[in-house]
Write a protein that binds this ligand. Structure first.
Ligand code: NDP
Length: 308
């Protein structure tokens, strides 16, 4: 078991019911929840569904799902309850009025929110006699039930193991530990990389367009930069974990000049400079803090929460 500094986040395996292996309730039927309910139906699970907008269950009911008339009925249908909602506020809006029906249930919240909100929700569930797993789905709805996609999970390992088989109907599983915030942490950290990369690419497309270069023409070069990132990160990860920011390969001072050229190129082209200017601001702060001769990876120290 992955260690936890918080024993209350684990439960005894004797507390984990082995019943209800082939039945699941899905609450929340946006594109993701509908894909999940369909994946369970495809694998022969008895699927009970509930959604605020009841009509979104129609196709699933036609495909064999049972429509719960009330949230209480949805919770009563079985032990495993998968939540696919916009955020944790939606979970409270749905489940608070039915909190009396939560005892004995395993809530698996696969919606996005923060690590702190996930921890808070695990405590809230425990107060109502329910167990809680946090999930962070790294897949789009069409990838659900297909090989290759993966989901971060965290929460009591025994509870996760008891329901792993059902959860693997949706995607592969990547259990991160007992702390319920960990799945949300891994999810938000990687989503942050994703959106930052997307915006960096869109910035490059805007710049290229200003010079008459199309997205298609830039694609091989843009892809090549990203294809090199695993090697770049692999090399520097070892050094960062060792606290080594030697500027033997590149120096932050060079990075400041480089990013300044990116800003100037954007300005000259008349495209938006918000993104490169934000980069330059962080690079300059690192240099001003005395790290100009270190590797640009020293900026991680600038980005960390300042020590009190
Ligand atoms: P949607 O926003 O389309 O669906 C959200 C669901 O939440 C709907 O069932 C909606 O009900 C319900 N909901 C929202 N607010 C409330 C509320 N106050 N009370 C009751 N129900 C509410 O999201 P998706 O299906 O696309 O995604 C679900 C989760 O999965 C999100 O957290 C998302 O971040 C995550 N995710 C989605 C991916 C995607 O590509 N779609 C990829 C990876 C993760 P109603 O139908 O009545 O509006």
């Amino acid at each position: 078991m992955l260690g936890s500094p918080h024993p209350e986040w684990n439960v005894r395996s004797s507390e984990v019911s082995m019943m209800s292996k082939r039945e699941v309730t899905v609450i929340g039927l946006g594109p993701m929840g509908r894909a999940m309910a369909n994946a369970f139906l495809d694998k022969g699970y008895r699927v009970t569904v509930w959604n605020r907008t009841a009509s979104k269950a129609d196709e699933l009911v036609a495909a064999g799902a049972e429509r719960a008339a009330t949230v209480q009925d949805a919770l009563a249908a079985g032990e495993l309850v998968v939540l696919s909602l916009t955020d944790y506020d939606a979970m409270y809006a749905i489940l608070e009025p039915a909190a009396g029906a939560l005892a004995g249930r395993v809530l698996v919240n696969l919606g996005s929110d923060t690590p702190e909100r996930a921890r808070e929700a695990a405590r809230w569930a425990a107060r109502h006699g329910a167990r809680f797993l946090t999930g962070g789905v790294q897949a789009s709805p069409p990838q659900i039930g297909q090989p290759g996609a993966s989901t971060f999970y965290s929460g009591p390992e025994e509870v996760f193991e008891a329901h792993r088989e059902a959860l693997e109907v949706l995607t592969e599983t990547n259990y991160r530990g007992a702390d319920p915030g960990l799945a949300a942490l891994y999810y938000q950290a990687t989503v942050g990389i994703f959106w930052t990369t997307v915006l960096g690419w869109l910035q490059a497309l805007a710049l290229a367009d200003a010079h008459g270069v199309s997205a298609g023409e830039l694609l091989p070069s843009a892809s090549s930069v990203l294809a090199g990132m695993p090697d770049f990160m692999g090399f520097y990860t070892q050094r960062i974990d060792a606290g080594d920011f030697a500027g033997d390969i590149e120096k932050l001072a060079m990075g400041v000049a480089s990013v300044d050229h990116v800003v100037q190129t954007a300005k000259d082209a008349g495209v938006d400079t918000t993104l490169p200017a934000a980069l330059l601001e962080v690079f300059r702060r690192g240099a001003a803090a005395g790290h100009a001769d270190d590797s640009a990876t020293r900026l991680v120290e600038i980005l960390k929460k300042p020590a009190v």
